[in-house]
Design a protein around this ligand. Sequence first.
Ligand code: GLA
Length: 389
Amino acid sequence: MTTELRASRRTLLGGIAATPLAGCIPAGSAIPASPALTQGPSLDALAQGTGRRFGSAISWNTRNRDSGSVQNPLYTELVLAECGIVVPENEMKWQRLRPAPDVYDFKAMDGIVRWARQHGLAMRGHTLLWHRPKWFPKWLNDYDFGANPVREAERLVTEHIRTVAARYRDEISSWDVVNEAIDHDSHGTLETSLSRAMGSPEAVLDLAFHTAREALPGKQLVYNDYMSWEPQHKAHCNDVLRLLEGFRKRGTPVDALGIQSHIEMFAIDPATGVGPYAEREWQRFLDEAVAMGYKLVITEFDVKDKALPGDIGVRDTKVADFTRRYFDLMLDYDELGDILAWGMVDKYNWLQGFAPRDDGLEVRGCPYGSDFEPKPMRNALAASFTAAA
Ligand code: GLA
């Protein structure tokens, strides 16, 4: 579907606004028949005005339609109305694609790709290698690499990347080749069964990017990580810069830095009234990354609101304000390309489980509430894109 078509479909849908419901929908209450879309251009259309695309994560969930999945008609309606690009939440990870060393299971990933193609949505690839034992399939953590471990580890990595790349290369132009390769505590690169077999984490990461370059000619190859503008992320930002420097020194073909952007309001800064953020240091970090020739992608945007008061009005305003500041800063970088949210609707967002609030209230970190109503955060994104156009 072209943007124009999507925009006109969206305006149509906007007319059938659902009954507004305050806050989250308790279990058992009626769910709206249609998302309450704001009139006017979609977030993707606004992002396109700045030369970028806007999109979201989406999942494949045949067991539970009440999820941020392709199987949920309400969710897909919203995604189709607001997004120009989607990314699979988990369906491209080794844990999902590789149930056993010699088995690939493409069913869920194929399903998302088919759906995106049917609706004219672009896709991002996430991820060819999440280089972290916690996210390896168990068989890979326990793997016996045999008499020639280097060769066997190389075979596993290259075969996986070539197989997945060959299957989806025509559909996907930007790929998170490696996700989160740094150990937060030791500040070095993470060891895994693959890196122990190959001699170093860098050997695995370089091989992954070289293999991807060969298998995905002309596509954007991304290193994706969770460094962020909150002051507590400073050390991780430095570690990422050293990793990026190493890629350049060794001639590793990495085109862009994926900035996950799970931004966090962990306290209120009395000076600004929103969560503390180290703006200057963050700009220095981005400046260094782009000076090395890296493009930027916002790959997983949402906001952790754990430290904010429960009052929904106050909370939403502060989250929106934080969002606006973040995007105003980010959109100043010509090197920034696609912008993706990690889900569009609060109740389906991973933060409900990962960073629950102490008061037990729902985390409100997405552009739309659980009632499928746009929140001030949605308006903040729209305002920021409009201002940058
Ligand atoms: C990281 C990963 C994502 C996702 C989120 C949590 O940011 O890159 O794929 O798993 O954690 O949902």
